[in-house]
Write a protein that binds this ligand. Structure first.
Ligand code: ADP
Length: 259
């Protein structure tokens, strides 16, 4: 893996244009969408005007995470108007645009078109756009990073070796497209037993931090494997939006992002 330090630029809070941060992962199921939703909510709680684009076209989950299932965004002058959600972030998701089983059959150009329409929606005074990318490093992701040029990318992985290898591929995707890596996040590191409180590391821990060190990019934080995070997500109320202590891990990431 190359040292990508030369492409790292800090995202400054007072940048004049709307910043777009892509959340990527090498594979599915590592918590990319969970991070995207919670980070968006955490940033909104810090006073940011945040929008989320759910670009995970084949498995959009933001409609559920941000509690907008069944709602359809409207359009004005052919521009999509994002949905307002309870947690204060705005959302455009494939999950709100097409029936779950329809998009699966879509071809590349249609997917690219839908993505473009969401990114170029009527975001108004939104200052931070969080893009939940599909997992992996396929054509959609490449088009996305090349055509829409996010200001930065955050890569999330679980601590296992294989997941880390996949994450490395995702890193290379952004590197190739000259998208700066804002930082890495390790998810599902450390399991707190709800019965006895004992902490164990089912997938190991620390792997992502050492990758970050190796390639000289910031390590943004670690999120424990915690059933409450999943139940809150399933209920459409991301932990970062409540007073639950569990939200702090996401808030800390938001804080580092703004630093
Ligand atoms: P991805 O977007 O990478 O496919 P998701 O964010 O959809 O992954 O997460 C996959 C599943 O794992 C979801 O059911 C989610 O609620 C759960 N999950 C994600 N992160 C955590 C965590 N830290 N603790 C507990 N469950 C988690």
């Amino acid at each position: 893996l190359d040292d990508v330090s030369e492409v790292h630029v800090a995202l400054t809070a007072d940048k004049p244009h709307r910043r777009m941060i892509a959340i990527g992962s090498g594979k599915g199921g590592v918590g990319k969408s969970t991070l995207a939703a919670n980070l968006a909510v955490a940033l909104a709680r810090r006073g940011r005007k945040v929008g989320v684009v759910d670009a995970d076209i084949y498995g959009p989950s933001q409609a559920r995470l941000l509690s907008t299932e069944g709602q359809k965004p409207t359009a004005r002058d052919k521009q999509l108007i994002p949905l307002d959600t309870e947690s204060g972030v705005r959302l455009l998701s494939m999950g709100n645009l097409v029936e779950a089983d329809r998009a699966i059959a879509w071809r590349g150009p249609m997917v690219a078109g839908a993505l473009g329409q969401m990114i170029e929606g009527d975001w108004g005074d939104t200052d931070t756009l969080i893009v939940d990318l599909p997992p992996g490093t396929g054509d959609v992701q490449l088009t996305m990073v090349q055509k829409h040029k996010p200001d930065g990318a955050i890569i999330v992985s679980t601590p296992q070796d294989l997941a880390l290898m996949d994450a490395t591929r995702a890193l290379n995707l952004f590197h190739t497209a000259d998208v700066p890596i804002v930082g890495l996040v390790e998810n599902m590191a450390g399991y707190v037993c709800p019965h006895c409180g004992e902490v164990s590391d089912p997938f190991g821990s620390g792997g992502m931090e050492s990758v970050a060190e190796q390639i000289n990019v910031p390590f943004l934080g670690r999120i424990p494997l915690d059933i409450a995070i999943r139940t809150a997500s399933d209920a459409g109320k991301p932990v970062a939006g409540g007073d639950d202590l569990r939200g702090r891990a996401f808030d800390a990431i938001a804080e580092r992002l703004e630093a």
